[in-house]
Design a protein around this ligand. Structure first.
Ligand code: UDP
Ligand code: MG
Length: 325
């Protein structure tokens, strides 16, 4: 029986299907070059069944039409069209949930900051046995505030979290089928992709690259969205902010007790009781008020996230799908 189930030697192994998952939000200026560079990639690698899933995250320009035109030209392309802007993370989630037939997924940005030319190297690492391949930034071209912000975040974040997350990685990378399945099981609302990708485990491989500035257009992720994303990373992967509050509380209470005892002892010994000055009082009231407000804020961050979870709203609403038969 067992022998009859074994494959005959002359059966050709089917080509692996690899899906590119690309969220797009107002990306008209970069799409023509992106299509071109993907085309070049496809013609240079023959032993792969390519699939490209774009997720249109409520673009207000003609992104949807450009992708639809590309789908009409090339049957390897597909589109998931959101009913509004749900954000980069929701788009990635939708993309990874729409590629049931793929043996591996490559998540990347549309703006060519993630060079498609790196993909063959990722696939080689995957074929060599890595379930997750990460593109690690050797350098960045971003400057100014964003640059300082990125560097600061990666430094602080690595100290905050409870398990290791590779520094200087973004969304660019490859997930094998098992990793995609694992990722699709995660239901949390506030998603921080690099964190979740480490959380699911599996064997990782890393590839170094130089990150370019975006090819055209302006960053769709505003500084405000970046800050929110960074906070999501911290609050969904660390209880440290809560712990710091507890420690600060213990410290300040201890200090209060010590100061109180000091005055009581002086009173008992008949030493003159110190006249507390106006400045000291105001400083103390402001300081303690501030610490308490920070505490309430931190609690609020966690509470708000719990609230979002219990509402159990879907992560996104799909308006239409094109290219999926
Ligand atoms: N993006 C998205 N929804 C958004 C913002 C951005 O799908 O609300 C996409 C965008 O089209 C791009 C990727 O997410 O493909 C990364 O965006 P961007 O280049 O603006 O971010 P940055 O490089 O600054 O992290
Ligand atoms: Mg970008």
């Amino acid at each position: 029986m067992a022998a009859s189930r074994r494959r005959p030697f002359n059966t050709m192994k089917p080509l692996p299907t690899i899906a590119l998952v690309i969220p797009v939000f107002n990306e008209v200026p970069v799409l023509p070059e992106l299509f071109q560079r993907l085309e070049a990639l496809f013609t240079s690698t023959h032993d792969i069944n390519w699939l490209v899933v774009f997720i249109n995250d409520g673009s207000r320009d003609h992104t949807r039409d450009l992708v639809a035109a590309q789908i009409a030209r090339d049957s390897r392309f597909r589109l998931v069209d959101f009913s509004r802007n749900f954000g980069h993370q929701a788009a990635l989630t939708a993309g990874l949930a729409s590629i049931a037939e793929a043996d591996a997924a490559i998540t990347m940005d549309a703006d060519l900051q993630d060079p498609p030319e790196l993909i063959p190297e990722m696939i080689a690492a995957w074929r060599a046995g890595a379930e997750v391949v990460l593109a690690v930034r050797r350098s960045r071209q971003e400057t100014g505030f964003r640059r300082i912000g990125f560097d600061f975040f990666h430094k602080v974040f690595s100290h905050l979290i409870d398990f290791p997350i590779e520094a200087n990685t973004g969304t660019f990378g490859l997930l094998g089928r098992n990793a995609v399945n694992a990722f699709n099981q995660l239901s949390e609302k506030h998603r921080f992709f690099p964190g979740l990708r480490s959380w699911i485990g599996f064997r990782h491989a890393e590839i170094l690259y130089d990150r370019n500035e975006r090819a055209a257009g302006t960053p769709a992720v505003t500084l405000r969205k970046l800050v929110r994303y960074a906070l999501d990373g911290i609050f969904s992967f660390s209880h440290l902010p809560l712990r710091v509050l507890t420690y600060a509380g213990i410290l300040i209470a201890g200090l209060g007790f010590a100061v109180g005892s000091f005055f009581v002892v002086r009173r008992i010994l008949g030493i003159e009781v110190a006249q507390t000055g106006f400045t000291t009082l105001v400083t103390l009231v402001l300081f303690l008020g501030g610490v308490q407000l920070i505490g309430i804020g931190v609690l609020g961050e966690y509470l708000g996230r719990i609230y979002d979870e219990v509402k159990r709203r879907p992560h996104y609403i799909v308006k239409s799908r094109i290219g999926f038969d």
